[in-house]
Design a binder for this molecule. Structure first.
Ligand SMILES: Nc1ncnc2c1ncn2[C@@H]1O[C@H](COP(=O)(O)OP(=O)(O)OP(=O)(O)O)[C@@H](O)[C@H]1O
Length: 583
């Protein structure tokens, strides 16, 4: 399925396109008068003497033609280019909107680089077709048409005109043969380009890792292979399109040869005057330029059709997670009940979550612990509907989570991941990310709770400090805490801390989690952590192992039971003591 993109735009702007077309048409009709002026000039030379008056009259007429042509064709071109740029602007916004709706699963399959390629390369390619392409087509077709009409009107024998333009009749079959082939090669070239952009994005993003491991030659070879791929596919395209582009003017030149020979013959036998012979030759010469342009345009059009198809497919792809038709607002102050939740990632042989039952009571702190890979983050993502849980498996109050609007669900949850992405703006702006009207004191209080306030005060510009690309000026621990402050400022009914402060030492983590718990009395918090110390005060602790709930209870209860929790606690206690003794 495809979303129509171009036709509605062209229809909406039909009047402007028509105005541009009119200007271009008038310009070219005027231009096609010049062979006649020169033909007349030649005939007069034969019959009259060369006078200053004849020269100045002809020169003035040519100057008038040039002036009229330039101003008409120029304004037509300006209008067309403007319409093309406007299309580019609107399509880029449309694409970005679509990106915001695509789900986690889509992003897992498609890299950022290939998304960029849509916004940059494909949109540009379509724009070229409807601006430069349209302009050149209009110019060429009208000039060709008016040249033929002028030839016929100038009293030239029609048989002679037909003979002169006969080689041009080969153009349609050539276009039919080359068109689809150029389009297919263009599509392959655009795909290679998208793969290269994706590779560039990843390789540049991972440059610091590459340098630390001193594997530059391997990465150069990897990127080099992509660049070679683009080169190869572009070359295959260029070979075909060059041949095509050369064929059309060749046919034009063949017409010129026929014209010189047949026209010369007619002139010698007195059927036409020398002036008519001159203008006939000039008319045919005039047609070679547009033919070259048409070749160029057909190339551009085929390339951009491939791009247009790619864009339309992307715009038509429906986000796999959307509001259901009966979606309602999230119920307030409600408990969350997870029942028999089994979830398997696409292509994965074993479920990441297996028949999980769990209650997250409103206003309480619930904790999830378990070894790495036990499914904790998967559960958090299902609560956010970043992936779709099975129907009926997660209920919020009376509602199935799938029947709650995404906006109200995600608007009520502050999710703080382990590796929070920070934008290249100021620290304050990052913290106020989801609450644009957050006051300075709200930002300060969230930062104090996240224990980053003191450090921010040490920056010369405090919360006004700009972060570099992805916040590289902050240490891992600082970045985590800035991301935590961003989550806290939202003051959401449900806060999910997903290993959010693991980069600090155990004592600081415990202090942060305890202070958050106190600050959020009466609101729901779900804490995911590896360290027992961080979650020991939770109202209920749920222990996950290989996707299953293996234990649940309070810290004290779980310590008394034999099982994973007591094992983890003993292991971590030993580790901490070892750490202290070793220090
Ligand atoms: N996008 C994905 N596609 C396929 N499998 C995935 C995906 N994300 C996670 N998994 C798998 O699902 C299982 C659970 O992963 P999850 O991230 O939920 O674990 P976790 O308990 O949060 O781990 P950690 O404590 O290391 O963060 C793992 O086996 C993981 O490999």
């Amino acid at each position: 399925m495809k979303e129509r993109l171009l036709r509605p735009y062209l229809a909406a702007k039909a009047q402007l396109y028509a105005a541009a077309l009119l200007a271009i048409a008038l310009g070219n009709i005027v231009q096609s008068l010049y062979p006649r002026v020169l033909g007349d000039f030649t005939d007069r030379l034969q019959h009259e003497a060369l006078t200053p008056e004849l020269i100045s009259r002809s020169a003035l007429m040519l100057a008038g033609i040039a002036l009229l042509y330039s101003s008409l064709a120029g304004s037509g071109q300006y209008l067309i280019m403007r319409l093309g740029r406007n299309f580019e602007r609107l399509t880029r916004k449309k694409l970005f909107k679509q990106f915001t709706r695509l789900s986690e699963a889509y992003y897992a399959k498609h890299g950022v680089g290939s998304m960029l390629s849509y916004v940059l390369n494909d949109v540009k390619s379509v724009r070229e077709a409807i601006s430069a392409g349209f302009n050149q087509t209009a110019n060429a077709v009208i000039l060709l048409g008016s040249a033929v009409v002028m030839m016929a009107l100038s009293g030239l024998p029609l048989g002679l005109v037909a003979a002169c333009v006969s080689p041009l009749l080969l153009i349609p079959p050539i276009v039919v043969y080359f068109g689809p082939r150029i389009r297919e090669r263009s599509r392959l070239a655009q795909e290679e380009l998208a793969a290269m952009t994706e590779s560039a994005e990843e390789q540049i993003g991972g440059m610091r890792v590459t340098q630390k491991f001193a594997v530059e030659p391997m990465m150069e070879a990897r990127f080099g292979a992509r660049v070679d791929g683009v080169y190869g596919s572009q070359l295959r395209l260029v070979r075909l399109s060059s041949l095509f582009q050369a064929l059309l003017p060749f046919l034009g030149s063949a017409s010129l040869v026929v014209t010189l020979a047949a026209g010369g013959y007619h002139a010698l036998s007195g059927n036409i005057t020398v002036g008519m012979y001159v203008s006939l030759t000039l008319y045919v010469r005039l047609m070679i330029g547009p033919l070259q342009q048409i070749g160029n345009v057909i190339n551009t059009m085929q390339r951009s059709r491939a791009s247009l198809e790619r864009i339309q497919e992307l715009l038509a792809s429906r986000p796999d997670i959307e509001d259901s038709p009966q979606a309602a607002e999230l119920p307030q102050h409600a408990d969350i009940a997870v029942r028999g939740l089994t979830f398997r990632y696409p292509g994965s042989s074993r479920p990441a979550l297996d028949r999980v039952d769990l209650d997250i009571r409103y206003g309480r702190t619930t904790a999830l612990v378990g070894r790495t890979g036990s499914g904790k983050t998967t559960l958090a993502k299902l609560l956010l509907r970043m992936m779709e849980p099975p129907a009926g498996a997660i209920r919020i109050g009376p509602s199935d989570i799938r029947d709650v609007t995404l906006r109200s669900l995600r608007g009520s949850i502050a999710y703080v991941p382990q590796d929070g992405f920070l934008f290249s703006t100021t620290l304050g702006d990052n913290i106020a990310f989801s609450k644009r009207d957050a006051t300075a004191s709200e930002i300060e209080s969230a930062s104090r709770q996240a224990m980053i306030y003191e450090q921010v005060q040490q920056f010369r510009e405090g919360f006004g400090t700009r972060l570099g690309e992805r916040g590289v000026t902050l240490s891992g621990g600082q970045r985590q805490r800035a991301s935590l402050a961003r989550g806290l400022v939202k003051e959401a009914p449900l806060l999910i801390l997903d290993d959010s402060v693991s980069a600090v030492d155990a004592e600081t983590e415990t202090a942060i989690v305890s202070s958050i718990r106190r600050g959020r009395a009466g609101r729901t918090t779900l804490v995911i952590a590896h360290r027992i110390s961080a979650i020991q005060h939770a109202d209920e602790i749920v222990v996950l192992d290989e996707g299953r709930v293996v234990q649940r209870g309070t810290h004290e209860q779980l310590l008394l039971e034999e099982g994973l929790y007591a094992e983890l606690a003993a292991l971590q206690k030993g580790g901490m003591e070892h750490g202290r003794n070793g220090a």
